[in-house]
Structures are given as C-alpha cells and as structure tokens.
Design a protein. Structure first.
Length: 337
C-alpha cells in the first residue's frame, strides 16, 4: 500500500501544488476580497439605574474585509458596536471592551480585522436630585412711572435631577416673567407662565439636568411711583489680588439703572453702588453677578442684578503697583482715587 502511494510521488506532489495554486487563483478571481474602514457610533448598554453615562467614546473605526460587492454595499445599519457597562464602577472606566456585531445574513462574508480604539472610555456619574426655590426674573424694565413689587411664584420650589457632577453647578432656578402688549398701556400686574431654568453662578443655563415641574407661574404687582431717575452704577471693589496682579479695568453691565423714590432724595443722588466685589481670592479676570446697594428710600424699577467684570493683569517688574480703586462703567485705574 505504502509502495503504491510512494510510486511516482514527485508527480503526485506537483499535482497537489498545482491544485492549491489553482484554487487560490480561482478564488481570488471569482470571489476576490477587499477591505475598507468604516466609522460607526458606539451604543452604551446596561447602565445601572443609579448611574448616568455622562461622557464616553462616541465612535469606533473598523477595518473590515469581504467580497467587493458586499463591502461596497455595506452600511452602518449592518454593523453595531456596543459597550456593556452593567459591571463598570462609578467614575472613569478607561478601556471597556467594544463588542462589534454583524448582521446575520452577512456574518459569513464580512470580517472585522481591527477596531480603533480597541476599548471605550466611559464615565459613569451617580444620579442625584435637589429641591430649590424658584426665583422670578423680569424680561423687561417696568413701564415708565411704575416699579415692580415682590413677585409670587407658583410653585415656589422645584426639583432638579441629573448627574451629581452637573448638579454641583446649579446655583439657582429662575423663571422669566413678561407682560403682554395689551397690559403695557395700563399695567397693574404681570401674570406670566414660563420655563424654569437651572443656571450657574454666571447666570448661564446648566445643560444635562432636568427640572420638575418644567414651568412656573409668576405674578408681579406693579406700583405707580411719583418720581424716577437714571443713576450711574459704580462697582464697589474690595481687597487686592495677589502680586503681581493688578486691576486694569472694571466693567459693569448695564452701566445705568432707573430707580424711583422721593424727589428730594433723587435730586441729590447720581450714583448707585453695587454690593462689594472681593478681589482677595481672584487669580484671573472674572465676571460676577451682584446686587445693587441702594440707599434707603430708593427702589429699582428694573432688575436689581448687574454683571461686573474685573480685568486683572500682571504688573511689569519695573512699574509701581497702583492700588485698586472704585470705578464706574469701563474706566481704567488712571484717576480712580
């Protein structure tokens, strides 16, 4: 038997080699292989109820291969990339496995050669909630000859839900109130319903949190005033930044405010100060929303909160460091004594 197998073995070996080469040639000619790169979104699955995926790798780029007719017609819906975070821990998870699945009718024809990145970074943030008062803000100044009284907000409080890291940025809840054009001629009360917005300490909306309920009703009585006047707003600056920083400019927005009160008091008042803005802990130019420090007997006809921007710059080594002083709208330290 062995003798028959070894008989003419060089010819048999040559025939086998020819068969293998022919098979490879036919396969590459009839059914050639090609490759391309595709980028598809990553889906996060299995997030525990107590956590929120606040930041994660958005996409993965795949190097895939298969018959040209299949690869050319392949679309994002034929492939899926998922990351299961059911066993991940709160906080940063730098390299969780990315599972790539191929549509069942294409599994035998398409191969995934590599993926980049090989793992997904996912940050899981604990869920949190807090209850806060809802504050009314005026969308416009009170009509001439009127001033706003204390507003009533219903509901007076609302709940904020979201990732713990974002809730730390929520400074207060605000709802804007405005009056319709028909009420401007003879105003008595502002009645309005609007969205409740969570804002940070710069009065900017905090994205990624949910406020419940979403709206609040605001009622603001208006009172007629006998006299009113526009006053210049002057920011009240206290403390000094650390050397070599110095105050180069202080801006206030708005620069003026309309107030009402007794005519004799208004006649001798031209400037209104803000509450103090402390510089002692500041290390760079900053903005701060502050209230006005009104003299007794005067009241603001519009929003009593203004934005103060303090510009800090480093002193030149050879220059004397001037002491910061009180300033008004967009003025430098020169002459601020």
């Amino acid at each position: 038997m062995l003798a028959r197998f070894l008989d003419n073995w060089p010819y048999k070996l040559l025939a086998l080699a020819i068969a293998i080469v022919l098979r490879v040639y036919v396969g590459s000619t009839v059914n050639p292989q090609t490759s391309k790169k595709m980028t598809i979104p990553i889906l996060i699955r299995g997030v525990p109820d107590s956590l929120i995926a606040t930041d994660y790798t958005q996409n993965v780029t795949l190097d895939i291969s298969g018959p040209p007719s299949v690869i050319d017609s392949l679309g994002p819906s034929d492939l899926a990339a998922t990351v299961n975070v059911s066993k991940a821990h709160p906080g940063a998870n730098p390299a969780l496995p990315i599972l790539v699945t191929i549509a069942p009718d294409l599994k035998d024809q398409v191969s995934v050669n590599s993926k980049a990145p090989s793992g997904a970074a996912v940050y899981l943030d604990p869920k949190a909630d807090l209850s806060m008062s809802v504050h009314a803000e005026f969308s416009r100044t009170a009509p001439v000859g009127y001033e706003y009284q204390l507003p009533t907000v219903n509901p007076p409080t609302a709940r904020v839900d979201g990732p713990e890291s974002l809730l730390k940025n929520v400074n207060r809840l605000v709802v804007s109130a405005d009056m319709d054009s028909d009420s401007l001629a003879n105003p008595t009360t502002v009645d309005d319903t609007d969205q409740i917005v969570a804002v940070d300490d710069r009065n900017l909306p905090v994205e990624g949190v949910t406020v419940t309920p979403t709206q609040a009703h605001v009622s603001i009585p208006l009172r007629k005033v006998g006299a009113f006047k526009s006053l210049v707003i002057s920011p009240q600056i206290t403390g000094s930044p650390k050397y070599p920083l110095r105050v180069s400019q202080v801006d206030v927005d708005p620069s003026m405010v309309v107030v009402s009160g007794p005519a004799p008091l208004l006649a001798q008042t031209s400037v209104v100060l803000t509450v103090p803005v402390d510089l002692s802990q500041q290390t760079d130019t900053f903005k701060q929303f502050v209230k006005l420090d009104l003299p007794a007997g005067l009241s603001v006809v519009q929003n009593p909160i203004v934005e103060v921007t303090v510009h800090l710059t480093a002193s030149q080594p050879s220059a004397a460091v001037p002491s910061p002083a009180l300033t008004s709208h967009k003025t430098t330290l020169d002459g601020m004594q």
